[in-house]
Structure formats: C-alpha cells, structure tokens
Ligand binder design. Structure first.
Ligand SMILES: C[S@@+](CC[C@H](N)C(=O)[O-])C[C@H]1O[C@@H](n2cnc3c(N)ncnc32)[C@H](O)[C@@H]1O
Length: 242
C-alpha cells in the first residue's frame, strides 16, 4: 500500500488500484475523444476555478498518474498547468486526485488540471500559437519495434506542432530510461531548426530539473528498478524566417 493510499483512507484521495489500465493505448487509432474545434472553443474556466485572464502555460504530455504536476503546482502558483493523458482510467485518477487535493488544500492545486485526450492528434486544437512556456515528456512510451516508431510522441511532424504551440524561449523537458529513445529524441530535436539543446551548466539553475527524475510515478518505478534516467532539455528559439 502506497503512502497516498494510507492517507487516502482518511481523506478520500483516490486509490490507484481502482484505476489500473493496460500500459499502452494506440495513439493512432480513433478513440472517442471530445476535443475543441479551435483553442477559442475550449472552456478552460471549467478546469481552473480561479482562472481569471490567465491561460495554460505548462503541458505535461502523457502525464500518467500526475505526480509531476502535483509537484509543480505549488512551485508555480501563478502558472496554469494541464496534464494530457490518453488512457481513460488514468486520466480519471488524476482528475479525482486533483479534486481531492483541492478539498484538502483549498489554497493550492487550483492551477492544475487534467484532460483525457490524444496529444498526438489534437494539441493545436487546445493551444494557440506561442501559448506554452513549458512542455514535459516524461518517460514517454518507447515503442521499441521499428514498425511502431511512428507511434513515438517525438517525431519530425509532431515537433513542428510543439514548436507552434510553444512560445519563443519556451522549454521542452524530456526524460526516459530507454537509451535508444533518448538518442532518438535528441536526434529529432537537434535536427529541428526551432529547437536547441540546453546545456547541463544552464540546467543547474532550473528548479524544475530536479523534479523530473522521480516526482512522476514512472520515474519512481524506474528508481525502484535501478534503471537509467536520461535527461534532454531543449529551448524553442526564434524563427529566423519571421
Ligand atoms: C510510460 S507512461 C509515463 C507517464 C508519466 N509521464 C510518468 O512519468 O509517470 C506514458 C504515458 O503517456 C500516455 N500517452 C501515450 N500516448 C499518448 C497520447 N497520444 N496522448 C496522451 N497521452 C499519451 C500513456 O497512456 C501513458 O500514461
């Protein structure tokens, strides 16, 4: 029984064991997903009780059980953040977790929410050009077989979308325990004209970096299994053609 489950019995935090779902969901298949036609059709007020004039600035893509977001929410109280997760039960868990945390801590967690969606298909439906400050890809599904590489969430076509929704100087964080996937992600970002890799030296002053390795549930699993963790962080640079 995890720490949260023990606490959960007292204060009704959701218990992960009731929300399990098989690990992989085909990101190319047509799931039944309700998504906005354009970013203007998105009713963000529904997700953030104190939204005001703010717009979502951080997106955790494939957020799984939401550990990273829950860690970042109190660190960046002024920033709205969203987890995007394709698996129904897993996204339900994150939504229930946030709802319970908001009841327990009325002044925290109002800046964090989760959506069930396919981030490989609908990202520009949710976000305007240059809207996001930070995107996170933590332990994305590796899709080891060559025939399944097209399922990988980092690829040439999708990087163009990520560059579109990120603002200039926006940051993309990637972590994986799979060396081959790490090399694949680095190669694709380095080949893309609108991204440059951020050096390890520069990363030392970024308070987020520390949280990338084990705040998420997958990161904790990798730690338990003594797995490797490969980090690569990229900056969205100015488009020289505009
Ligand atoms: C290995 S898990 C990592 C989860 C989380 N980032 C963590 O570190 O604990 C990858 C997650 O990405 C989700 N995912 C895969 N493809 C997706 C897509 N196209 N859109 C949204 N989520 C996706 C999966 O359902 C899964 O929960």
């Amino acid at each position: 029984m995890g720490k949260e489950d023990e606490v959960g019995d007292l204060v009704n935090l959701p218990q992960k064991r009731y929300y399990r779902q098989r690990a992989h969901s085909n990101p190319i298949a047509d799931h039944c997903i309700d998504y906005p036609q354009t970013p203007d059709d998105m009713d963000w007020d529904k997700y953030y009780p104190n939204k005001g004039e703010k717009s979502v600035e951080f997106a955790d893509i494939g957020c799984g059980y939401g550990g990273l977001l829950i860690t970042l929410a109190p660190m960046f109280p002024e920033s709205l953040m969203i987890g995007m997760e394709i698996r129904v039960k897993v996204s339900d868990y994150v939504m229930d977790r946030i709802a319970a945390l908001r009841i327990q801590n009325p002044d925290v967690y109002k800046n964090v929410a989760c959506l069930r969606t396919n981030a490989m298909k609908y990202l520009p439906n949710y976000f305007k050009k240059g809207q996001l400050k930070k995107m996170f890809f933590l332990y994305p599904d590796p899709h080891f077989k060559k025939a399944k590489h097209k399922w990988r969430i980092i690829n040439k076509t999708l990087l163009a979308e990520y560059a579109y929704v990120l603002r200039e100087d926006g940051i993309v964080y990637t972590v994986t325990d799979v060396k081959d996937l790490h090399e694949w992600m680095v190669l694709h970002f380095e080949e893309h004209p609108l991204f440059v890799r951020i050096t390890d030296e520069e990363l030392k002053s970024d308070p987020v970096v520390d949280k990338l390795f084990s705040s998420s549930e997958e990161g904790q699993k990798v730690t338990r299994n003594n797995g490797d963790k490969f980090l690569a962080v990229f900056r969205r640079i100015r488009d020289p053609s505009v």
